[in-house]
Write a protein that binds this ligand. Structure first.
Ligand SMILES: O=C(O)CCC(=O)C(=O)O
Ligand SMILES: [Fe+2]
Length: 225
């Protein structure tokens, strides 16, 4: 006997987050939609000012440790950068944290801890999806902490002399680090299923040091109540 194929689960929450955030960004004159087919990608050229960038860079330098990975399938060369968690209640972080959430119109509590990342020459984050692969062992735990990752926001804190671009090989999009620029993309398709075209890579820094902050938004609250 053939078993009936399970119908794909509809994801009304994720669908709404895709449509509502896109509408909000489309309506913001400071935000531009990137010319990318198949992925919702936006950028804000000067989201962070120089003082905010410098403060975050100093915080990353003070607290950096080797970056970690959720999946145990990748090797040691997959993500070679350094990272740090930026406390959302720290006086220098909270306004930035809240401004990112307000830009997208998402509850700040859906945002994971803002993560600082530093790449020295030769360091990179190989091609990956930010969304959780729902077949992997970590998914149960992620379900309990707000569910799937929907939107990613990433801000570049400095210009990099050479290398360090963020590259979406399947969507055919590449963007070079630029101080203060915030990039935002939806990791989901319009129907709320994970969008494979969001595969992206932090390419090797060749000269200089690259500093960024990343915030991933969950479909529900990430903060424990
Ligand atoms: O460094 C980059 O350009 C990409 C970083 C990234 O993909 C991430 O933080 O999830
Ligand atoms: Fe990523």
């Amino acid at each position: 006997m053939f078993s009936r194929r399970k119908a794909p689960a509809t994801q009304p929450l994720r669908q709404r987050m895709g449509a509502e955030v896109a509408a909000r960004l489309d309506a913001n004159p400071a935000v531009t939609r990137a010319d990318v087919t198949g992925v919702q990608v936006y950028y804000h050229l000067d989201f962070l000012d120089a003082a905010q960038c410098d403060t975050l860079i100093a915080m990353i330098d003070a607290d950096r440790r080797p970056s970690s990975l959720l999946s145990d399938k990748a090797g040691a060369d997959f993500r070679t950068s350094e990272s740090c968690d930026l406390n959302r209640y720290a006086p220098d972080v909270q306004p930035i944290d809240e401004a990112i959430a307000a830009l997208l119109g998402l509850p700040a509590e859906n945002g994971e801890t803002l993560q600082g990342q530093r790449y020295a020459p030769g360091q990179h984050f190989r091609a990956h999806h930010d969304y959780f692969h729902e077949g992997e062992s970590y998914w149960q735990q992620m379900q309990a902490s707000g569910g799937q990752r929907t939107w990613t926001t990433m801000a570049y804190l400095n210009d990099v002399a050479e290398g360090g671009a963020t590259w979406f090989p399947q969507a055919g999009f590449k963007i070079a680090p630029r101080r203060g620029l915030l990039l935002a993309w939806n990791n989901m398709n319009p129907d709320g299923t994970p969008n494979e075209l969001t595969l992206h890579e932090g390419t090797d820094v060749v000269e200089g040091t690259k500093y960024i902050v990343t915030k991933w938004f969950r479909e529900r609250s990430w903060l424990k109540r």
